[in-house]
Design a protein around this ligand. Structure first.
Ligand SMILES: [Zn+2]
Length: 91
């Protein structure tokens, strides 16, 4: 059951996960932070995690998806896998 988290980490880039959740990053990987009232992009998307220079929020793709969708982490991971059409295999 924990495998969905590993699968997200291995298969879905942070930027892709953010885009699915409605967070669009610019070419430098900066996006408006959903964790605080952001007016200039403060959220930096790295390959496997995010970090906000404004409010210091940080986490991985599942953390961001869970926050933005209101889903529990396991369901948020499943949501990302479904949205990207990633094969989840046997569970
Ligand atoms: Zn922030």
């Amino acid at each position: 059951m924990q495998d969905v988290f590993r699968l997200v980490k291995e298969s879905i880039p942070m930027r892709e996960a953010a885009r699915i959740c409605g967070v669009e990053a610019d070419r430098a990987g900066m996006a408006l932070c959903p964790f605080h009232d952001d007016h200039t992009p403060s959220l930096r998307l790295y390959d496997d995690h995010y970090y906000c220079f404004g409010c210091h929020a940080h986490g991985d793709a599942v953390d961001l998806a869970a926050f933005l969708t209101g889903l529990r982490p396991y369901m948020a991971a499943k949501f990302l896998l479904e949205e990207t059409g990633t094969e989840t295999g046997n569970q």
